[in-house]
Design a protein. Sequence first.
Length: 247
Amino acid sequence: MNPLSGVLGEAWQMYKAFARHLLAIAFVIYLVAAVISALFSLAGGFVGALLSSLVGIVAAYLLQATLVKAVQDIRDGRVDMSIGDTVRAATPYLAPVIGASLLAGIAISIGLVLIIVPGLILITIWAVIVPVIVLEGAGVFDAFRRSQQLVRGRGWHVFGTLVLTWIILLVVNLVLTAVFVALPHVLSSGLASVISGTLVAPFIALVVTLVYYRLSGTSADPVAPGAGYGGYGQPLPTQRGNVVRPA
């Protein structure tokens, strides 16, 4: 039985139900990062360009962590934390998220360049490292091991879900590029990138986080303390950590 069956539909339903909150989080982080980056760029020089790029990188990882926290928050069917509360709750996990994502990115890139297949395997087994860090409080290297543990035996299901998500992202980017084609190239590309990021990032976070919950809920391995459950038909932990299904 595929534990990820219907996960994209569930993600879409949550996306529609909480679009205002999720898109606001993405937009605010993108906007603040853009303003700070612009200020550094105006300063000019190599240092200004470097700081501007660094702000963009940090903002991207902060957005990942924040959206995972937001998904955890809304799984009970309501928004309990404000945008500021969600960002603050995610900030402590920023360093390990950056570290793990960079290491994964380097290894996956090498795998894709060399033979392609190893890169795809790494993408699959490390698919939930960010939720593992944010929801379980795992360290960088523990996150890799935990993600691989959760994906074990369900690799094709995870890979198929990721492929469908990538296709959705590609279609959205193509549509937005077509919408802004009449604008100058630099402006159209920038707008398409920012708007697609704002629209798609929450959906990707929903998919990845729900994949994490599905895998941890059906895993025979112990679930780490601190992982969130509940809402949208997902498993609920007993006080002893055993997984039970809601009636």
